[in-house]
Ligand binder design. Sequence first.
Ligand code: NAP
Length: 258
Amino acid sequence: MDLGIAGKKALVCGASAGLGLACAQALVSEGVDVVIVARTEAPLVAAAAALAAGGGGRVDWVCADVASEEGRARIFVQHPDFDILVTNAGGPPPGDFRDWDRDTWLRALDANMLAPIALIKASVDAMMARGFGRIINITSSAVKAPVDGLGLSNGARAGLTGFVAGLARSTVSRGVTINNLLPGTFDTARLAGNFEAQARREGLSADVVRAQRIAKHPARRLGRPDEFGHTCAYLCSVHAGYINGQNILMDGGSFAGV
Ligand code: NAP
């Protein structure tokens, strides 16, 4: 299927690794010109080189923290306009809400709620003026099924979800859709880190924790980042113009609800 977006320009945040990188990969392979962003320069440059070597759209990178105003400004000074925006940043740490002070909450809100809102604010009016735009926020399955111990993520992402639900209804008549993609358990460095942390807590090996998680999953496997990336690219396509304001759960059927 031709997604009809070759030659469009995309900003993909949190894209030197994991799900963001997979989204960038899928868009580049569709001929989209992509700007990738992450905070650490060496892996970001390596990711850009690998993307460019695969052929397709052009690839550029900006080393920036999307959770900071200064970092976001650096992106838009170099690249003022995008047709496609994929917002993403690292998830907040787990813990007990009794230990979290105001600053802890503000860090989570900055990265996982206010940064995507600021990125949308910087892009959406120009998209509407041109009559085409696709905005995808990478959030979490925790939006559908909040997890005790991930309260910072549950809270910040719920705030973004509510905001997007309102805004999306006011942009779609001008060709701009806004949707959230909710990953379940995808095989990325972050998930491996979670398995290692759980293994330390429970006195097990990370391989055992991983095997236990897979055994309990209805799909009997973890999600592959490329599956996530291709779904993101489809939602960015010309064919997805009537999918708007949705929370699209990609968890292999793990959420036991209708
Ligand atoms: P990952 O493998 O750790 O990759 C995260 C990427 O984002 C890296 O490129 C990282 O590079 C970049 N990044 C992190 N914070 C950033 C910031 N403030 N500004 C710019 N770039 C930033 O993570 P992932 O597994 O792909 O997860 C992506 C998102 O999905 C996270 O929010 C995660 O909580 C959420 N999620 C993932 C899963 C899963 O199964 N993998 C499940 C539920 C939710 P630098 O560190 O160099 O910046």
